[in-house]
Design a protein around this ligand. Structure first.
Ligand SMILES: [Zn+2]
Length: 97
């Protein structure tokens, strides 16, 4: 059992915990067992190792070089995307009529 904190429910048991390894840091994502909402958070190498040791899968993230103009993609953008992709209706929000 892995416990964490949901933004809506507070301290709670987490499910579907995945460790995401970036080139120089780690994040983890999960599903709240109370409300079902996804969550994500940056974590230290120590926490990533502990999660791996208890069986959480590892996702190696590859970030390709950005092209085009506009501000660079930041942590908030990436974590927002993870939350969106774990939702049920991200595809319908992506489609533009
Ligand atoms: Zn929750």
């Amino acid at each position: 059992m892995i416990r964490g904190e949901c933004v809506d429910c507070g301290p709670i048991e987490l499910a579907n915990v995945v460790v995401h390894a970036w080139s120089d840091s780690f994040t983890c994502s999960w599903t709240c067992t109370a409300c079902g909402l996804p969550g994500a958070k940056e974590c230290s190498p120590r926490i990533a190792g502990l999660l791996r040791n208890v069986g959480c899968p590892l996702d190696r993230v590859t970030v390709y070089e950005e092209r085009g103009s506009g501000p660079p993609i930041g942590w908030d953008d990436v974590l927002d995307m993870v939350v969106e992709l774990r939702g049920n209706d991200w595809w319908s929000e992506l489609i533009i009529d």
